[in-house]
Design a protein around this ligand. Structure first.
Ligand code: CTP
Ligand code: MG
Length: 233
């Protein structure tokens, strides 16, 4: 990794236990091919390449062989079965990491395959100053508050941010926050879980490339399959 300043040691969690209902298809989206590789493989490879010491992948019940197939040839990962909600999947993976020696953790969606090194590095550096650091983007459109199809108010977009993953945490802080969580069984994201337990969360600049693959057309539109076999991957 020439030219890259060393980052503090960290582990990673990739949540890949969802059903991918909005994307449809025969396989859950994390196992489908995007830019020549299973979606899940992109994140796991990027995190290892960025220096993660180990990656815990939260997988669906019965998802072990699909995961082994998607990550064939990669050794530094382990699997835990996820839960009914994303939050439960994260919790299961955190509990697995609690057995290990782990100070910092990056928690990432398998559905965001294109992770730039600059995001990983700014998160890990910002984590020196807070319990958590998350990537966000500004809101560029104006915001309407909706009551059905009637506009019922407005919100100040200057104070709003779009939140992405990966999200970086001091391991003990995020583990304690998940264990203490009393709210609904699926918080919006892990930063909310940390904040609810009085943790501090800093914001760093995210990246449009971290867009979450959500709908069938996200596989169809991002055509770059033309790259397969042409040396781009
Ligand atoms: N996820 C998970 N466990 C769950 C639900 C979601 O690990 N019980 C993971 C997904 O695999 C995905 C990430 O959380 O990588 C973000 O969730 P989302 O994009 O909503 O994926 P799905 O829940 O699989 O898709 P859908 O909501 O369309 O069914
Ligand atoms: Mg979902």
């Amino acid at each position: 990794m020439a030219g890259r300043a060393p980052l503090p040691r960290f582990s990673a969690i990739v949540v890949a236990a969802g059903k991918g209902l909005r994307a449809g298809g025969e396989l859950p989206k994390q196992f489908r091919v995007w830019r020549g590789k299973p979606l899940l493989r992109h994140s796991v490879e990027a995190l290892l390449e960025h220096g993660a010491e180990r990656v815990v992948v939260a997988i669906p019940q019965d998802g072990e062989s699909a995961t082994q197939e998607a990550l064939k040839g990669i050794e530094a990962f382990e699997m835990v079965v996820g839960g009914e909600t994303r939050q439960q999947s994260v919790r299961n993976a955190l509990e697995a990491l609690a057995q290990a020696d782990c100070d910092r953790v990056l928690i990432h969606d398998a559905a965001r395959p294109d992770l730039p090194y600059a995001v990983t590095s700014s998160l890990m550096l910002e984590l020196a100053k807070a319990d958590g650091a998350i990537p966000v983007l500004p809101v560029v459109d104006s915001i309407a508050v909706a009551d059905g199809n009637t506009m019922s108010g407005k919100a100040d977009r200057d104070v709003l941010r779009r939140v992405q993953t990966p999200q970086a945490f001091r391991f003990e802080a995020i583990l304690a926050a998940h264990r203490a969580w009393q709210g609904e069984s699926d918080a919006g994201d892990d930063a909310q879980v940390l904040m609810a337990n009085d943790g501090s969360v800093h914001l760093v600049l995210g990246d449009e490339r971290l867009k979450k693959i959500t709908f069938a057309e996200d596989f169809a539109n991002m055509v770059p399959d033309f790259r397969v076999g042409q040396g781009f991957d």
